[in-house]
Design a protein around this ligand. Structure first.
Ligand code: 13P
Ligand code: ZN
Length: 270
């Protein structure tokens, strides 16, 4: 058995968490990540026949039965993951149709997976149907996108169009746009199901007055998506109160669409 602390996927997870903390997106225990692993990949580092603890999840997700995930722990600080990965992270396998998480490594202080596991698992199931290579669901609290949900309409088309216009490469990075959930109580199956529904049509879901979810094929892709959306929100907040002398037009967005070879979300350009 190889040393889990040297697993490339664990190293990449910790690097991502450390970087997210450095960006100011994960104050205190804010944020959570789940990374889907192949059984073969997991079996190099853990004994898949030795379940340390079986933890009820409180939801079912039969499509993900038997799947392995590296997940962040509830109440754990992203800034500390690099020092105490074996308590702050856990490797779980879903069983009983998703109703049980079998702990195979980590959470050594008796801790458990993030309170947002429903949103993560339901979003994985939704994204895998659209993109079978999807591996990551990532949640955090970036300042500008969060601030934007207080002063901008939450209409998804309008929200997306505002962000696309803030930087010439936005439409290339997220042509599928940004979906927005109105405020809901977090950590529940209800917000999980609502998030997964939104994940059917976009890889970014903004939680009004809370934060953002991003999905991707790897940690870099999910991180980069959120980074781009957050940068656009920052530009918006810098200019929202100033007279607008120039803007990006729909005509220019269409030129970018062609130039970048992407397809903007249907009906989102005039
Ligand atoms: P957890 O500590 O349970 O992951 O919760 C953090 C968070 O951001 C809730 O939305
Ligand atoms: Zn949160």
């Amino acid at each position: 058995m190889k040393d889990m602390l040297k697993a490339p996927f664990l190293t990449e997870m910790i690097r991502t968490q450390t970087n997210m903390y450095a960006h100011g997106w994960d104050e205190r225990n804010g944020g959570n990540i789940s990374l889907l692993l192949d059984e073969k990949e997991a079996a190099e580092y853990v004994n898949v026949n030795k379940v340390i603890r079986a933890i009820p999840t409180g939801f079912s997700q039969p499509e993900l039965n038997g799947k392995y995930f590296l997940v962040t722990g509830t109440g754990k600080y992203f800034k500390n993951a690099q020092y105490t990965p074996e308590t702050d992270l856990g490797l779980i396998r879903l069983a009983d149709g998703g109703q049980t998480a079998e702990l195979l490594w980590g959470f050594e202080d008796g801790g458990r997976f993030t309170s947002e596991l429903p949103a993560h698992m339901m979003s994985h199931a939704a994204r895998l149907k659209v993109c079978p290579e999807n591996r990551v669901v990532l949640h955090c609290h970036p300042t500008n996108i969060l601030a934007m949900t207080f002063v901008h309409t939450l209409d998804e088309r309008e929200f997306t169009r505002t962000l696309w216009r803030m930087c010439t490469e936005c439409i290339m990075v997220f042509p599928d746009g940004v979906n927005v959930l109105p405020w809901m109580l977090c950590g529940t199956n209800e917000i999980g199901a609502a998030t997964a529904e939104k994940m059917k049509t976009a890889r970014i879901v903004v939680w009004a007055q809370h934060g953002i979810y991003g999905a991707g094929r790897d940690l870099d892709e999910a991180f980069g998506l959120i980074e781009t959306v957050e940068k656009a929100a920052e530009v918006y907040l810098k200019i929202a109160h100033l007279p607008r002398l120039n803007t990006l037009t729909d005509e220019q967005l269409k030129i970018m669409e062609k130039g970048y070879g992407v397809k903007a979300r249907e009906g989102y350009l005039d």
